[in-house]
Structures are given as structure tokens and as C-alpha cells.
Design a protein around this ligand. Structure first.
Ligand SMILES: Cc1cc2nc3c(=O)[nH]c(=O)nc-3n(C[C@H](O)[C@H](O)[C@H](O)COP(=O)(O)OP(=O)(O)OC[C@H]3O[C@@H](n4cnc5c(N)ncnc54)[C@H](O)[C@@H]3O)c2cc1C
Length: 362
């Protein structure tokens, strides 16, 4: 058996690490010259969206022997709408780094490899690789690569504007903004890397041409709002934009001996665009199947279910006006609603659907 993994991101590397734990090695082909997500940013993993996984770090460590050190754990999440603010306290999840940083999740996964080789700067194509290897894991993070092979249903194309910013932040507090004036049908968020550095982002669906043209205007408004909310000047260190980031799902997790993992599978859930947990899980599941320890299609059923539940919520939130977003934010002051959202083992996606129901027709 000869296994190739195309893409050294979260899904591809989790697959390689799991293969090694069961006595197999893989050749990993990465088209960049070094490891790392395209941007050095902070990302969030939260049980609010990953239920029933309450603590992803503990879960991956205890269940799959994959050890990830986040940069901080989150104890408070603020939700801001045009005229309201609320917060939820508890073990809200973890912030981790992505990118070339030695502590990024991709670097940490690569450090857990012993025998598998990463071939950097690889120009090898799926066609070349599939001739040479018995098993191929497609993990490029790009649904367009899946679309070359099979149908991939797109739920939404997304546009991002973001930056690494400098300021004075509380490490374990995250801010989110739901405001159609500068993140139409989307959101803004601030994730601290440290007390002095954070990632600030707006992300929204690219439904109207006009929204892409207005991106820099939206971004300026986001920076203004963040500055106002945090009551300080925000200093931009490095800005970035991303367009046409596709969120969707493939029709078949496996075709022959090709496995579609991470975003090539559909691991990013449409509601708020979280995909790290699903990407890592899909990589692990593919490895388990290759080692004869599971059935990838069956293991992916739960990921498909999360995706579908999340899409219902996405369509619901897209229908909300700023006034309705204010009402939802206000309802977060209710202690029962807070309990539903933070309760361990609660299906939070279901809880949120319940919360949004009165405000939507879906
Ligand atoms: C700005 C931004 C913020 C996000 N924030 C969050 C968040 O807070 N929480 C969360 O859970 N999710 C978040 N996500 C989603 C999350 O990052 C993705 O779901 C996850 O990274 C997908 O993992 P992957 O392994 O499929 O792809 P990636 O991690 O992107 O890895 C793909 C790898 O394949 C390589 N590659 C691409 N093409 C080729 C090729 N042809 N040949 C060889 N190698 C190739 C790439 O260089 C890369 O190294 C965010 C996404 C973005 C864009």
C-alpha cells in the first residue's frame, strides 16, 4: 500500500499523523515552499458549534493521541449588534494560531510526524499522483480541486477582509459583531493572539457584486467599531483579503481509493465558517479507513449532519435585519438562553435554531 496526501494543512497532516500511529507512512505533497496557512492569523474552536465535543484539545488528545496546544482558552465571548451588546461566559473554547508560526496548528501536527515526508514546492498533480499511489488523500483546502473529480454543492462563496492588529487585549475574551451595515449577512470578530496582538476579521457571503466592491468601506467601519467597542486606537500591522472562499460539501467522501478531506470534503460549516475541527476529524477518519479501522463514508455521516444543521442556521441568520439581530443579542441576556448555549453535551446548533426561530420564517 502506498499513500499520498496532497496538501499539508490541518486535514492532510492529521491524516498523516494518524496513519503513522497505525504503522503506515505517507508521502505528503505541499505546493508551497513551507508549511502554513496562507495567513498568520488566530482561529477559534468552540464547543458552542462543535457539540458534543466540549473540549477539542482534550478530545483529540485522549481519543486520537493527537496533541495540540492552543494559544489561549476563551472564557468570555461578546456579541455586538447595531444597538445591543451581550456576553456569554464559561469554557467557550480555544484560540490557536495558523500559518508559519512554530506554534501554529499545522506546525504542531508536522512536529508529530516521525517517518512521513513532506515534499515542499510540489508541482505534482492529482493525475500524476493517482497513477503512482494506491491511495490518494485530497487535502488541498480547495473545493475547486474536488470539483475536477466530482460534484461539490456550494452553499456560499465568502469574502474576507482582515488584519493582524496591535492594541491592548484581554487574552481570553473574544468579540463578535453581527451588523449588516459592514458585514452583510456575515460577521466580524476579534481573536487575541496575546495581550498586545489580535486578528480582526469581517467575513460575509459574496451574494451581491456591490458587496465585494464595498469591502474596503466595510472594513474601515469594522476597524472603527472595534476601536469604539474596545475604547482604544486599533493599530493595523498587516492586512489581508480573501475572495471566493467556497463553503460547500462534496457528494462522495470517497471515490475508489481517493479520499476527500478537510475543505475538499466540506468540513467548513456554513453558519459561521468554522472548519478546523471537521478538517482534523476528516483527516483522522480517512486514515482509519486506509488502515482498515473504519469506514470513511460511515464516519463522515456526522460531519454531513453538522453541515446540514449549520446550513439551516446560516439561512436563518441571513434573513435577519439589524433590528432582529438586536433582539437576538438582547435575548442573550436571558440566563436560560445562556445556559442552553453553554450547557455541556447540549446540541447547541439545535438550541440556536430554537433561539432564532421566532425571528425567522425558516
Ligand atoms: C480567514 C479565515 C479564518 C478562519 N477562521 C476559522 C476559525 O476561527 N475557526 C475554524 O474552525 N475555522 C476557521 N476557518 C476555516 C479553517 O481554516 C478551514 O476549515 C481549515 O483550514 C481547512 O483545512 P484543510 O486542511 O482543508 O485546508 P488548509 O488548512 O487550508 O490546508 C490546505 C493545504 O494544501 C496546500 N495546497 C493547496 N493546493 C495544493 C496543491 N495543488 N498541491 C499541494 N498542496 C496544495 C495549501 O498550501 C495548504 O497547506 C477560517 C478560514 C479562513 C480563510
Amino acid at each position: 500500500m502506498k499513500t499520498a496526501i496532497i496538501g499539508a494543512g490541518l486535514a492532510g497532516l492529521s491524516c498523516a499523523v494518524t496513519l503513522e500511529k497505525h504503522g503506515h507512512t505517507a508521502d505528503i505533497f505541499e505546493h508551497k515552499k513551507e508549511l502554513g496557512f496562507r495567513y498568520d492569523i488566530a482561529e477559534l474552536i468552540t464547543p458552542i458549534l462543535d457539540s458534543p465535543i466540549n473540549d477539542a484539545v482534550k478530545f483529540f488528545s485522549e481519543t486520537y493521541d493527537i496533541h495540540l496546544k492552543p494559544s489561549s482558552n476563551v472564557q468570555k465571548i461578546y456579541v455586538h449588534s447595531e444597538n445591543e451588546s451581550a456576553n456569554i461566559e464559561g469554557n467557550i473554547g480555544f484560540i490557536n494560531l495558523r500559518g508559519e508560526h512554530k506554534d501554529s496548528y499545522e506546525s504542531q501536527l508536522a512536529q508529530q510526524l516521525v517517518h512521513s515526508k513532506i515534499h515542499y514546492d510540489s508541482q505534482a498533480t492529482y493525475e500524476d499522483i493517482s497513477k503512482e499511489y494506491t491511495h490518494v488523500v485530497l487535502a488541498t483546502g480547495d473545493p475547486q480541486d474536488t470539483q475536477q473529480i466530482q460534484p461539490y454543492d456550494i452553499a456560499l462563496p465568502s469574502a474576507f477582509a482582515g488584519a493582524i492588529i496591535k492594541g491592548d487585549f484581554v487574552r481570553n475574551e473574544v468579540h463578535t459583531w453581527f451588523d449588516n451595515r459592514f458585514a452583510p449577512k456575515g460577521m466580524g470578530y476579534l481573536l487575541p493572539h496575546s495581550q498586545t496582538q489580535a486578528t480582526l476579521v469581517i467575513v460575509y457571503p459574496q451574494y451581491e457584486d456591490d458587496w465585494l466592491q464595498k469591502r474596503s468601506e466595510f472594513w474601515k467601519e469594522m476597524v472603527k467599531q472595534a476601536s469604539h467597542t474596545l475604547n482604544q486606537e486599533i493599530i493595523i500591522e498587516k492586512e489581508f483579503t480573501i475572495s471566493d472562499y467556497m463553503v460547500g460539501k462534496c457528494n462522495y467522501p470517497r471515490i475508489g481509493n481517493t479520499f476527500f478531506v478537510g475543505n475538499c470534503f466540506g468540513a467548513t460549516t456554513p453558519f459561521l465558517g468554522f472548519g478546523q475541527t471537521g478538517s482534523i476529524l476528516s483527516g483522522i477518519y480517512a486514515a482509519q479507513d486506509i488502515c482498515g479501522l473504519g469506514n470513511y463514508e460511515a464516519l463522515c455521516k456526522l460531519l454531513y449532519k453538522d453541515y446540514d444543521d449549520s446550513l439551516v442556521l446560516r439561512r436563518a441568520i441571513e434573513s435577519l435585519s439589524n433590528h432582529q439581530l438586536d433582539l437576538v443579542t438582547k435575548s442573550l441576556h436571558n440566563s436560560m438562553v445562556k445556559r442552553i448555549i453553554t450547557q455541556p453535551n447540549m446540541s447547541v446548533l439545535k438550541g440556536l435554531s430554537h433561539l432564532l426561530k421566532p425571528f425567522t420564517s425558516t
